[in-house]
Design a protein around this ligand. Structure first.
Ligand SMILES: Cc1cc2nc3c(=O)[nH]c(=O)nc-3n(C[C@H](O)[C@H](O)[C@H](O)COP(=O)(O)OP(=O)(O)OC[C@H]3O[C@@H](n4cnc5c(N)ncnc54)[C@H](O)[C@@H]3O)c2cc1C
Length: 541
């Protein structure tokens, strides 16, 4: 096995967090940074087009994993898209830009003991990333690397949906990332000039010319080198064969909420019994690695439209050609839509501390893998319960780094999660039945008007539920006995090693998880470079 040159920092995993870190760390010209990504390049135009998302949950640029049979979902195996491409999830996601609720981060600080991660502490890091098209105020900023915009040309049915939700009793909100999260409206999107703003395009590409940054794609890290309690480097498989690369200062793991605990376990860091049964030599018994998996499970209603009001018919050849031309010439039309650009946050549990369900209006049917496609144009309304009490695991199936991990979100292990999810589904159906949508919506096709009891809906949910692709928490920071990381993201018991991605979150935030993951990486960069925390501007200013 060859030993290559060494770097100060090796970042393993070039996804949402890894690209942010590669940019921020290499901004210091005195440090040498290596970014390793198992997936390939994002050169294909589909990754730049907002509507390219329609292809992204169907196996493109992903690891091809599924969950283990879900005990509390009648044994369902859930298809589980995880990105394998530079930019990671941010290159294949639906581009919804949401931050969650201030109370999410306050709970990281108060309930998980993560000093320095309250809302007041993290808001400046959200703002540092941001190049907001519309807002500059206490919550928003412009001039950062990440484009944040409103939908280019929302369809009339989206506006009708916003009115329908108000008829159902949910107020309008034009900024879920501002003072109030509650309500319905258009989402902000991680797009700029009608193109996806991924971590790769926003953070990595502008840094590529730096001499102190090396980026290697199609390079899977098989394990971390750990010597006498310190991470000294990585073992990588690439087209050049196997090699060991040394890190003089730190290895930073950003392989995502499934990939990071997987890599730690492959390196002998994790629960000793799990490692032994997978045939991995135990380097450090750390029981929390791969536990605490949290995810948002999605249920949906699909209605048939009274006419051609969504993008379902764009797949017809002549319309595809016109849509392509419209996009190329004017940057408008169906291709400029992320297909999920409207929705909001509301309550399944009336006593919840902040909204606990999220809606995504899908401008068609069958947009995501496994979701039914209607013969006539349809419209989809997803609802996801946001603060599950259930906790799952990520475990090795074997010591083979090529083997898929055992992903067990353990959905609905807690009956409360199921109850709230079904209430969310009922809200979705209710909104689709409001007068404002009558000109657009002919009839509910899924679950179908004839399914009304909780039992009916449960059976429907078992058949149709899907992940919202928000795994988090599997190398959680905190101060409790199961915390894997200290609040400065260092792996407990191993020197020179941090984890800084969605797996570091102690609780999944009440939203889509890309912006929160980038925030974690922004703050990680300052922790690693020992910069003082960014200051907080008073919210009343
Ligand atoms: C289909 C889909 C839709 C989504 N929609 C939205 C949305 O609309 N809005 C939103 O906010 N969030 C969305 N999310 C979630 C969001 O994108 C993720 O939370 C976020 O990308 C997680 O970032 P991460 O850095 O933790 O992991 P990732 O972005 O997944 O990055 C991990 C990277 O590490 C690489 N890697 C893994 N193991 C190794 C290894 N051993 N060696 C080298 N490289 C490795 C992977 O290939 C990957 O590129 C979506 C996610 C998916 C998958």
């Amino acid at each position: 096995m060859a030993t290559s040159k060494s770097y100060d920092y090796i970042i393993v995993g070039g996804g949402s967090a890894g690209c942010v870190l590669a940019n921020r760390l290499s901004a210091d010209p005195s440090v040498r940074v290596l970014l390793l990504e198992a997936g390939g390049s994002d050169w294909h135009p589909l990754f730049r087009m907002p509507a390219g998302f329609a292809k992204m949950t169907k196996g493109v640029a992903s690891w091809g994993w599924s969950t283990v049979p879900q005990k509390h979902l009648n044994g369902r195996v859930v298809w589980y898209t995880q990105a394998k491409i530079v930019g990671g999830g941010s290159t294949i996601n639906a581009q919804l830009y949401t931050r969650g609720n201030a109370k999410d981060y306050d709970a990281w600080a108060s309930d998980a003991g993560c000093a320095g991660w309250s809302y007041k502490d993290v808001l400046p890091y959200f703002k540092r990333s941001e190049d907001n098209q519309r807002y500059v105020n206490a919550y928003h900023s412009y001039g950062g690397p990440l484009g944040v915009s409103y939908p280019v040309n929302p369809l009339p049915i989206s506006h009708a949906f916003i009115r329908a939700a108000q008829e159902a009793g949910i107020p309008f909100n034009d900024d879920f990332n501002g003072a109030v999260q509650d309500g319905i409206g258009h989402y902000q999107l991680s797009t700029r000039n009608a193109e996806r703003s991924s971590a790769a395009s926003a953070f990595l590409k502008p840094a590529m010319a730096r001499k102190n940054l090396t980026v290697r794609l199609n390079a899977q890290t098989l394990r971390l080198e750990i010597e006498r309690g310190r991470a000294t480097g990585v073992v990588v498989a690439s087209g050049d064969g196997l090699e060991t690369i040394k890190a003089d200062r730190e290895v930073i793991v950003t392989c995502g909420a499934i990939g990071s605990p997987r890599l730690l376990q492959l390196s002998g860091v994790g629960p000793a019994d799990v490692l032994k049964s997978a045939g991995v030599e135990v380097k450090h018994d750390l029981p929390g690695v791969g536990s605490n998996l949290q995810d948002h499970l999605d249920l949906y209603a699909i209605s048939e439209c009274t006419g051609d009001y969504t993008y379902d018919r764009v797949a017809q050849f002549h319309r595809t050609v016109w849509a392509g031309a419209q996009y190329l010439m004017f940057k408008t039309g169906p291709v400029s839509s992320t297909l999920f650009e409207t929705g909001g946050f509301w309550y399944a549990d009336k006593n919840a501390r902040s909204p606990d369900i999220q809606f995504h209006l899908g401008l068609g049917s069958g947009i995501e893998a496994g979701v039914a496609h209607m013969k006539n144009p349809g419209v989809t309304l997803n609802s996801a319960f946001l603060r599950p009490k259930s906790r799952g695991t990520v475990r090795l199936a074997s010591a083979d780094p090529k083997a898929a991990p055992l992903i067990d979100p353990n959905y609905w292990a807690e009956p409360y999660d199921r109850e709230c999810a079904l209430k969310g589904l009922r809200w979705a159906r209710e909104i689709l039945r409001q007068p404002a949508l009558k000109p657009y919506v002919l009839a509910e096709r899924l679950p179908g008007d004839n399914l009304t009891t909780d039992r009916d809906l449960l059976e429907y949910a078992y058949r149709s539920c899907k992940t919202d692709h928000h795994p988090a928490g599997t190398c959680a920071m905190g101060t409790g006995p199961d915390a894997v990381l200290s609040p400065d993201l260092k792996v407990r018991g191993i020197d020179g090693l941090r984890v800084a991605d969605a797996s570091a979150m102690p609780f999944v935030p009440s939203c889509n998880t890309n912006a929160p993951t980038m925030m974690v990486a922004e703050k990680a960069a300052d922790l690693i470079l020992r910069k003082s925390p960014l200051g907080w501007t008073s919210l009343s200013s």
